[in-house]
Structures are given as structure tokens and as C-alpha cells.
Design a protein around this ligand. Structure first.
Ligand code: ASP
Length: 289
């Protein structure tokens, strides 16, 4: 089967001055994932590597550069799901692990549980020798500048995600985030919740969602989009219908990327912008904001 891959860097009011970094970030992440898939690597490895790369770019709201909570430190959420066996790895409220997506993958592959937070998550990361940083390391000049200002959540964006289909026909989806600006300490968003921030099932689709987490949870957006592939004519129709339903039921803002079981790539959002990149039918990188 021909591999497919798409990444996103969040949906929202991405300002003009951030567009370039979003495009470069998404395109380099796609390159990394594509190389893995082309060499016969599996979808899980491609998703993990692409998201790790995006977490390391400070302009995205994931890993270093995550938005700060009201107390001035980051609490990151991430999840990954495998469409072949429906296995899930998920983490919430991560404060020290450099790449939460790596911890999520370790949980998916090597832990009897699906989701860890707090001390259990940190202990498991240490057991797996994952890189750690002090909480201050995650703070950037920009996130500190906007911390505790009265800016509304309308310009929240920068969560990252990836969906891949490998040459063995297996789908994987992942999402990683620093949550929302000035969130309460202890808030857990949609991103680590199965079916909300991401979902993958070889029988339907792989999906990664981003946007207002409290509202994404209400319609279980990623699972909704994946299920709609069974009744809609194309992946693009299913993505669009999921966002339509989300908007009708919550009057809120979100976006999603999807690859269905046939390998059709799609993206839909009701925000002003959503950054994303993918490999087109000719094997070339395309990106949009
Ligand atoms: N969905 C994320 C959250 O609510 C934020 C985002 O996607 O921008 O934590």
C-alpha cells in the first residue's frame, strides 16, 4: 500500500508573522515522517517522529513553547493511537518530560494501562529513560510575554498532530499540546482523551483534532469524523460534516486532519486558519495555512 501522511500545527487565528514558522515546521515534520514511511517504517514511528519534531519547535503550543497556566508553568497532554489493534497511549499534565509524545508511545507499547498522569507518568518516563527538562526550560520569551495578559482565548492555536498510513495498511494518529493559554493548573483538555484529540481505526480512519478542547469533548470530534467515513462519500465529506456537526452543536471552533482506510487525505476547520502539510499524490509536499 502507498503510504500517506499529514501533519497540523493547530487551528485558530494564526498571526501573519507566525505563518512562515508554521509552514516550515509542518513541512520539515512531514519530511521526517515521509522518510520513515518510505523506508518501510510503521505509521506509529512516523507519527511519533513528526510530532516530536513539532514539539521541539518553540512556535508551537506543544513541548517547549507550550502555553503557560495561570501559575506560570506548562502542563502538557498528548496521545497516540494505533488503528491496527486500537491500542492507546496517553499522558496528561506533563511538566518535565521533554517530548510527551514519546511517553505516550511508550505507554501504548509497553504499559498495561492506556493513560498516565502526574507521578506515575514521570516514573514511567524515567523507567524508559526519556529526556527530562526543568519546568523553566519549556517557557519561551513569547509564552512568558502573553502569560496572564487579558488576551482572550480566540487567538489560541499551535497544538500539533499527525496521521499516517503505512505501507502495511496500518493507520496511526497522534496529538500533542500545551493546552490553552492561562488554563487552570490541573486542567486536562481534549487532546489526551481517546476519540476527542485523536482516534485511529484501520476500519474507518485516523484523525487528529485541535481547537477548543472543552467543546471538542462534547461531540468526541475525532471519533465522530472517523465514524462518518462509513456513511459519507469521501474522507473530505466526512471531515466537513464532522466540523459542521461540531459547529451546530457547540457554536465553537476546531479543525481536524484525517486519512481514511482507503488512504484519502482530508482536512476541515471552521477557524480563520489551520496550518498543515501533507504528501500529495505525486509524492510532493504541499502545505497550507
Ligand atoms: N485542544 C487543545 C486543548 O483544548 C488546544 C488546541 O488544540 O489548540 O487543550
Amino acid at each position: 500500500m502507498k503510504p500517506k501522511v499529514i501533519v497540523h500545527g493547530g487551528a485558530g487565528e494564526i498571526p501573519d508573522e507566525h505563518i512562515n514558522n508554521h509552514i516550515i515546521g509542518c513541512e520539515t515534520a512531514i519530511n521526517i515522517a515521509w522518510e520513515i514511511l518510505n523506508e518501510g517504517g510503521d505509521a506509529t514511528s512516523a507519527v511519533e517522529a513528526a510530532i516530536k519534531h513539532l514539539e521541539d519547535i518553540p512556535e508551537f503550543d506543544a513541548g517547549k513553547g507550550s502555553f503557560l497556566n495561570t501559575e506560570g508553568f506548562v502542563e502538557m497532554d498528548a496521545m497516540i493511537m494505533n488503528g491496527k489493534d486500537l491500542n492507546i497511549g496517553s499522558v496528561a499534565g506533563i511538566t518535565r518530560v521533554k517530548n510527551p509524545i514519546q511517553l505516550a508511545k511508550q505507554i501504548m507499547q509497553n504499559n498495561e494501562h492506556n493513560m498516565l498522569f502526574g507521578t506515575a507518568a514521570l516514573n514511567f518516563a524515567r523507567l524508559k529513560h526519556l529526556e527530562e527538562r526543568d519546568p523553566e526550560w519549556f517557557v519561551t520569551e513569547y509564552t512568558h510575554k502573553i502569560w496572564n495578559t487579558n488576551q482572550t482565548d480566540s487567538n489560541m492555536y499551535g497544538t500539533v498532530g499527525c496521521v499516517a498510513l503505512d505501507s502495511y495498511g496500518d493507520l496511526c494518529a497522534g496529538t500533542s499540546t500545551g493546552g490553552t493559554k492561562n488554563q487552570q493548573p490541573g486542567r486536562i483538555g481534549d487532546s489526551p482523551l481517546v476519540g476527542c484529540g485523536a482516534y485511529a481505526d484501520n476500519l474507518t480512519a485516523g484523525v487528529s483534532s485541535t481547537g477548543n478542547g472543552e467543546d471538542i469533548m462534547k461531540v468526541v470530534l475525532s471519533k465522530l469524523a472517523a465514524d462518518l467515513t462509513a456513511i459519507e462519500e469521501s474522507a473530505q465529506d466526512a471531515s466537513k460534516e464532522a466540523i459542521n456537526i461540531f459547529q451546530e452543536r457547540t457554536d465553537s471552533q476546531a479543525g481536524l486532519i484525517m486519512i481514511d482506510s482507503q488512504g484519502e487525505i482530508s482536512c476541515s476547520y471552521n477557524t480563520p486558519r489551520m496550518s498543515r502539510a501533507w504528501i500529495n499524490e505525486k509524492g510532493q509536499i504541499e502545505s497550507r495555512v
